[in-house]
Design a protein around this ligand. Structure first.
Ligand SMILES: CC(C)(COP(=O)(O)OP(=O)(O)OC[C@H]1O[C@@H](n2cnc3c(N)ncnc32)[C@H](O)[C@@H]1OP(=O)(O)O)[C@@H](O)C(=O)NCCC(=O)NCCS
Length: 161
């Protein structure tokens, strides 16, 4: 597997990767029934500054297909915090890729002064709940369907390699 920062010319591959996600994975990532990534959103997700908005993508060796994306977007009002999102293609889930991507992003975030990741997730999304907790994060229910969580980056270990 190769992991690299997203590039401005990845918009089409991000759309293709999104199209291959199951309906459940799309819903868990975006909390809506969005059937496709629009051109505008795909460009927004690809054309980033890599300081206030960073994303790493995973591609199988020898393939341009994007099978994992982890991203942070810094909060304007609290610049040492950033919103985290992560998606692994269904066929690649539960193989450690999400954990690997998260730890690599944590290193990038620390390097630009981000000290906390925050995120909202569906309260029954066992995968992200486990991922956040394994990274030393905390999750609390917001209501019966949504939970909010955070990971303090100062408290997490370095990359798992
Ligand atoms: C959440 C997600 C990113 C996890 O990625 P992944 O590559 O499957 O995660 P990993 O294989 O590294 O697993 C991390 C931990 O979560 C657990 N886990 C993963 N999927 C799980 C599931 N469906 N149910 C229960 N536990 C699960 C693993 O067992 C592992 O726990 P461990 O460290 O105790 O062994 C992936 O399931 C996904 O993309 N889901 C759809 C989109 C989404 O929900 N995004 C999060 C909202 S921002």
């Amino acid at each position: 597997m190769c992991v690299r920062p997203v590039r401005a010319d990845d918009a089409d591959d991000l759309q293709d990767g999104f199209a291959l996600l199951s309906e459940l994975s799309r819903y868990r990532r975006f909390h809506t029934g969005t059937p496709a990534l629009s051109d505008r959103v795909a460009r927004y997700l690809a054309e980033i500054d890599h300081v206030d908005h960073q994303a790493l993508v995973a591609t199988p060796v020898g393939s341009p297909a994007i099978v994992g994306v982890v991203r942070f977007i810094r909060l304007r009002v609290r610049p040492d915090e950033a919103e985290l999102s992560i998606t692994v293609a269904d066929d690649w889930q539960r193989a450690g890729l999400g954990t690997c991507l998260l730890h690599l992003l944590i290193e990038r975030a620390r390097a630009v002064g981000v000290r906390r990741f925050t995120l909202e997730m569906l309260a029954d999304n066992e995968g992200i709940l486990a991922l956040v907790r394994a990274a030393g994060g905390v999750v609390q229910p917001t209501d019966s369907t949504i939970a909010s969580g955070h990971i303090d980056l100062d408290a997490t270990q370095g990359t798992s390699g």
